[in-house]
Every structure is written in structure tokens, then in C-alpha cells.
Design a protein around this ligand. Sequence first.
Ligand code: SF4
Ligand code: SF4
Ligand code: FES
Length: 346
Amino acid sequence: MVSGANQITEGGIDARRLGQEESGDSSPARLASLGEGDTVRVRLQRFDPTRDEAPYTESYEVPYSKLMRVLDVLNYIAEDLEEDLAYRWYCGVKKCGACAVRVNGREVLSCWEAAEPDMVIEPLRHAPVIRDTVVDRAPHEERIKRMSPWLERAEPYPGFPERLSHRDMGGVVHALNCLSCMCCTSACPVLDLGADTDFAGPAPLVQFAQQALDPRDAMDRGRIALDEGSVFDCVSCYRCEEACPVGIPVVSAIIEPLKAMAYRSMPARAGHVGAFLDVIEGRGRIDPSALVLKTQGWGVLLRSPGRTLRLLVRGKIDPLKTFFGDAAKGIAEVRRLFDGTRDWKP
Ligand code: SF4
Ligand code: SF4
Ligand code: FES
């Protein structure tokens, strides 16, 4: 099964090299690691749920041709080796996000990533596999649908052209660059928890941010970020940012503003954030034991005495500092920074 709108031919315009050099998707080391006449060794995950009990790996050898992309490798296996291989692509030029796969444990767009001498190619994680490297996008799209993906205007549409400045749209512009490739969702470790978390994952949240961070929108998006996105389940590990092939600052420009929005909308459901702010504002420093007591109450000492003891022994918590310690030097400056921040709007 092969889908695609166009294919770069040898005599055609070499969009591959342009992209690789401009965006730095493929490091110079990887680009230099193969030359004409070399062989690319591929271990490809195969799986047809209608036929196979479990995924298995098949090996292929593909002759390298200049500036070969991962997609060219897949094309060779499907067309020249006549394998009945399922893989997905459409634009071929880093626009549609359809061709995302994992190569050697890293999420990439196959149409934009240089081939490597040895490649393990697998489907994205955190999505059901339809066949081989093709994953089912339906759960991702269902999640987006649940988050009211339309603009609910505070003011009626003023007619075309609508006057919007760069400054107006500065908060939402990163989200609008999203290709919906799901690389970030594949990389997110919180989703490894499966049914133990209701976290939407980064890709649906970036789509949601296209409305939530739009200055024209008037819906209570903070509530939706909590109810449908469980945004506070994000642990700010930045794996999604590292994986994003178009360099969207997913955490700093999307998830953190959504968390702030959720906190403003429903502070009672964002206990950890409120407690964190209280501790910093009160002490001018992080105080882990104060944070635990504020979020979980004194009952935590009875509920998990063993864990409390371990934290004490390892010096992770320090009750003396919590109850008798002074605030940090410069606390007045810290409190000045806090003035008005709880009402901050992204
Ligand atoms: S920062 Fe949050 S959304 Fe991104 S990968 Fe980590 S947990 Fe997932
Ligand atoms: S944020 Fe980046 S990685 Fe995530 S879906 Fe959008 S383009 Fe893909
Ligand atoms: S095929 Fe469209 S982004 Fe790769």
C-alpha cells in the first residue's frame, strides 16, 4: 500500500537537499556517512493484524543513491523489491505530516530525513498499528474533536480583511505551524502509562492551542484543557519538543500557556500549581516538603511513612528548613515578580 502525490525523480528539482541543508533535519554526520555504491541495511517492522499474531522484523539491503531519504528507502523496498509494504506519505516535502515513522528510536518525517547505513524503521508509538508502518490516526482525531476545535468569537466577524497584527497572533503562531504528524505524541513518555492516564498527549494539545491561544477566542478553554486534555499530566520533560520535526516549542509556547489557562479557569483543580506558586512566593525557593504537604496534606505522613522516611534519609525533604528556615535573600524582589502574574494571560 503506497500513497503519495508526487515522487522526486533523479532529474527533478532536488527539494531534498534544500530541506536538509536549511532545516538541519539530518545532521552532517548522517549525510556524510553514506556514498554512492554503499548499501543501506534496513530492519523494518512488519505487522498485519489480520494475519500476524505479533509484529516481527524483516531485513532488507537497499543500494544507496545520492541524497537518499528514508522515504526513498521505503519506496525501493515496496517498488524494486516488490514487497507488499504499507507506508504512508503524501506531499513528500514536509508539509502534510503523513510520513512520520521512527528510525533508530527517533521520530522523523521519512520524506525529510537522510538514510543511514543501518536503520531500524518502526511505526510511531502510542497509536494502533493498521499495518506495517501505518498507524491509525482516528484516536488522535477523536481527541481533537472532543476539544471543540473551532473558534468561538468574542466579537462578531468584522468581515474580510480582518485586521490582525503580528503581535495579536504572536501567541498562537507556533501552534499554527503544526503538521499534525504525531511525532511528539509518539515521543511522550507519559503516554507509556496507557489507560493509567487520560492525558491527551502533545499533538492534540497543539491542535487545541490553535483556538485556545487565539486572541479572538472566547470559550473557556482552560476547562477543556483539563477535562479533555488532562494537561497537568504533562511532566514538562521536553521530549515532544526534541521530536518535533518543525521545531515547535511545544512545552514553552503551547503546554505551559495551556496549563496557565487551566489554572486560571479552575484553580481548585490545579492544586499542585497553586501550591508551587505559594511556596515560591512565600519562601523565594523550592521547598519539596512544603510542596508535598500543601498538595497531599498531613495525611501523607500516615499513608506512606516508608516513603517519607526514605525521602528524609536521602535529604530530599528537610522539615527543619520547611518550618524554621528563612526565606531566600531577595524575597521582596521575588514577590514583586509575582505581583499580577496569577492573572497573567498568554
Ligand atoms: S513535555 Fe509533556 S507533552 Fe511533552 S513529552 Fe514531556 S510529558 Fe509529554
Ligand atoms: S507539534 Fe510538531 S511533532 Fe507535534 S504534531 Fe505538530 S508538527 Fe508534529
Ligand atoms: S510526505 Fe508530507 S510531510 Fe512527509
